[in-house]
Design a binder for this molecule. Sequence first.
Ligand SMILES: *Cc1c(COP(=O)(O)O)cnc(C)c1O
Length: 441
Amino acid sequence: MTDAARPTAPETRFATRQVQAAYTPGTAQNTAVPPLYQSAAYEFASLAEARDLFALRKVGNIYSRNASPTQQLLEERVALLEGGVSAVAVASGQAAVAVTILALAGRGGHVVAADRLYGGTVDLLQDTLDDFGISVTFVDQDDPDAWRAATHERTRLFFAESVANPVAQVLDVRAVADVAHAAGVPLVIDSTVTTPYLQRPGEHGADFVVHSATKYLSGHGGSLGGVAVDLGTFDFGADPGRWPQFTAQADRFGPQSLWERFGQGYAFATLVKAKYVHDLGPSLSPFNAHQILQGIETLDLRVARQSASALRIARALAAHPGVAAVHHPGLADNPWHDLAARYLPNGTPAVFSIDLASRGDEDEDQERVERFVDGLRIVRLVANIGDARSLVAHPASMTHSHLTAAQRAAAGIGATTIRLSIGIEDPDDLLADLERSLAAL
Ligand SMILES: *Cc1c(COP(=O)(O)O)cnc(C)c1O
């Protein structure tokens, strides 16, 4: 059916959007599934058209480092699922975090960040961006006063995760957003662990959302990717002197500022694409964009199953004598249980951790952790989360091995802490596998 013959799409709900949003068959082939445009570059109709495209006077495809049609469909779909205005899809979650911070912080900017962040984000902020003059202060994410106290005149953004891992702390998004807005800066939420199915941070005051699409958005563990979404809520024009990257004219973008030309909800994505992705090159391959789109079609089905299975497994393990603690916000005695009830009404994430019971002897603990992890037959030892497969990791040996024991303790990670990312397998099989390995200790 051509666009002209198709009735206007009605307003749709989440599960319909994740399958259909932003794609209407309308190519010569009318493919039902969005096509994969695997092309590095695009042909211009004329030199005049090429000139308009290069000058950003006309929107269209030039070269896939900047944008490609399959990538754009992914961007529109994720923006719609988040309730946002525009999005940028890039090669990895790490790239999405990096270009977002670069675009918002600007030269000499300062970031106030939660103390419980993905390790790659910590490395980026305290090492690589610091080398280039963007500074960071890490704060206790549960203490709004700490966020306020860390803010100064060069602060340009707040950064936190909706639910951190491995210990699954739930952020009070509204409280942190209020402090950010009082300071005149946006709140960026890394919502990788929650996905737009479990939480839409924009409904709680966040201004930008980033995802590692490698995780739940894909869900198959087959492709790296990342997305940054502009929720369209932050007004860079309210204090133009603070945001020259948006409000001042720059020769490469023509006679008007990005703010004048593209406005609220679009200036950020334009700056990220036309400057940071263009200059630094972390572009998403069309093939990966296509794989991520395929994954998103089943997002709510997978996450609902994973969330329910994880809660069931967490409850069973909490009653197991071989387990000293279960860090899962769905459990009534968890410190973040009330925040989970408020911010995660569709369910708690499927990433959580357990502490194996310790006998107080370091070597023996290490040996028990090894026997437990190596004894698993269904749950796989993999440094990833959000896969269809259930995965286990030992943070002290793997993701958090470069931290000191004191830093790990501050992050709630002990020698016997084990992270689980529950997949879509039968939960009885998963529980039996975990219990079998615990019994062998
Ligand atoms: C994995 C992850 C990232 C980085 O994403 P990649 O796709 O691996 O580059 C960022 N934030 C969180 C919370 C993650 O889990």
